[in-house]
Design a binder for this molecule. Structure first.
Ligand code: GLU
Length: 501
């Protein structure tokens, strides 16, 4: 057989290290569910000191999306999921694109025919359609009614092959068998062979089906573990039979729990759209999410560390991940939870990293960028209140520009008949301050309140409204300090006039 991507059988079994693959089909952009699979493959490989392989399963040429492979690679990179072998990086088992390994699969399928585990089938599509009307599967009960190398003479079969008639190669599924495998997450899974189609292995154009190419490559590339979504469970018994037919040891299987939409039911393109959930990984980048937050959120979508810790970066996940702590129950997607993780990861950034992150959205929002020193002060002031990098320009624009409007509900609630006078008096006080720090600002305000025999809140709320236009925000004195003496005085005086009128 061809030497393409052959497994090195000289390796001693004991010395074989863990090898896991992420094997997407480039039929669309990488979605959030696919990313979870990639992440779990990565975490398992890293936690075991093993390797992660990216294999592109692109044999179904009709469903190919031109830039999907680039999107997959870019999405993984954005999340920090590094692969050890891939079409771009190369590796010992290259090529890693199935379309470049095509010649291999037909040879393997034919070797199964020679060994009596598969057969040539010449049935026209209508014959199969008719058969489907009466039987659930094409296999054990039906294969002897059809045109194939089981029912035809060898001469006739050879004649058909030589005269280039269309054929597919089908797996010969053994009768009266229980096909079983121990899934690392789901436990023992058993299926009666009666229920399994004589699976097509190569199509009439000679292209392999997913099942054949997947099994052949997992074997040749030395995969020790297959970790994938549980929508692939129905395929696994077919794969087990294929491994058996080839005489190969199957890898260990682990099927990840389904991801449910927030209202229940599978998280699909439709349900995600309906519920405003971005589906493609790079949409999360466009929306300004932290990649670490997306990774953390997805890690917790099916896995738990067995402790109270919720916030992890990728390195911490690599250290703590264990496949045995992946649950078998479906996991529910919750955008609010992702938002929460985003806030936690923004908090973990150092100020320099944070200002780099907030600059682009601020520019997009038309905020005139201040110098880095001022931006740092603003970031330190509000960092614990940010859920998202866009929040700074959205909710704290007053840190950069005088407020144009004052919240009418806030005015109604907080602006009293004496507010304008109090705000003006406080602005006079600020103007005369030699020390402009939080303590002096606070002491001055409390003195003023005492002088008028009123609670400090009576001044605090109108002052906040005057400088920020809103009634909620970070510590008032810290805010005033960041805004600076001149800005505070200007805003207080302007607001006293404006709100009063
Ligand atoms: N190419 C399949 C997919 O698109 C791979 C499934 C598997 O991991 O076996 O997800």
């Amino acid at each position: 057989m061809d030497n393409i991507g052959r497994r090195d059988h000289s390796q001693n079994v004991d010395s074989i290290s863990i090898r896991v693959r992420f094997a997407p089909s480039p039929t669309g952009y990488l979605h959030i569910g696919g990313l979870r699979t990639a992440l779990y493959c990565y975490l398992f490989a890293r936690s075991q000191g093993g390797s992660l392989i990216l294999r592109i399963e692109d044999t179904d040429r009709s469903r190919l999306v031109a830039d999907a492979e680039n999107d997959i690679v870019e999405s993984l990179q954005w999340c920090g999921i590094e692969v050890d072998e891939s079409p771009h990086k190369g590796g010992q088992y290259a090529p890693y694109r199935q379309s470049e390994r095509q010649s291999l699969y037909l040879q393997y399928a034919k070797s199964l025919v020679d060994a009596g585990h598969a057969y040539y089938a010449f049935d026209p599509p209508e014959a199969i359609e008719n058969l489907r009307k009466d039987h659930a599967t094409y296999g054990i009960q039906t294969r002897h009614q059809m045109d194939n190398s089981l029912t035809m003479s060898e001469d006739l079969v050879n004649h058909r092959l030589e005269s280039k008639q269309d054929y597919v190669i089908r797996l010969f599924v053994p009768e009266n068998r229980t096909v079983s495998f121990d899934d690392r997450i789901k436990g023992k899974i058993e299926v009666e062979s009666m229920m399994i189609d004589d699976q097509v292995l190569t199509k009439s154009d000679g292209m392999p089906t997913y099942h054949l190419a997947n099994v052949v490559d997992d074997y040749l590339m030395g995969m020790t573990h297959v970790i994938r979504g549980d929508e692939w469970i129905p395929s696994t018994p077919k794969h087990i039979l294929l491994y058996e037919a080839f005489g190969w040891e199957p890898p260990e299987m682990a099927h990840l729990p389904l991801i449910l939409s927030p209202t229940g039911g599978k998280l699909s393109k439709r349900s995600a759209n309906r519920q405003g959930i971005p589906l493609n990984v790079l949409d999360y980048r466009t929306l300004g999410y932290e990649p670490q937050a997306v990774v953390n959120f997805l890690a917790m979508l099916g896995w738990n560390p067995g402790t109270d810790q919720e916030v992890f970066d990728l390195v911490e996940l690599e250290q703590q991940f264990s496949i045995d702590r992946v649950g078998s129950a479906p996991a529910q997607f919750d955008l609010k939870k992702l938002q929460w993780f985003n806030a936690q990861h923004l908090r973990r950034l150092n100020t320099n990293a944070l200002i780099d992150k907030v600059r682009p959205p601020l520019t997009e929002q038309g905020v005139h960028l201040p110098d880095d020193d001022y931006l740092k002060q603003v970031c330190d002031l509000v960092r614990d209140r940010l859920e998202h990098v866009h929040d700074l320009g959205l909710h704290y624009r007053y840190c950069f520009e005088d407020p144009e409007e004052f919240d009418p509900v806030g005015i109604k609630k907080r602006w009293k008949p004496d507010s304008a006078t109090l705000v003006e008096q406080y602005s006079d006080l600020i103007e005369g301050m030699d020390e402009f720090d939080e303590q002096t600002l606070e002491a001055g305000l409390r003195d003023l309140a005492q002088k008028h025999d009123i609670g400090a809140g009576r001044i605090i709320h109108p002052v906040r409204l005057a400088v920020s236009g809103t009634t909620a925000g970070p510590s008032l004195f810290a805010l005033l300090k960041v805004l600076g003496q001149t800005t505070c005085v200007r805003r207080l005086r302007h607001a006293a006039l404006q709100i009063e009128s």
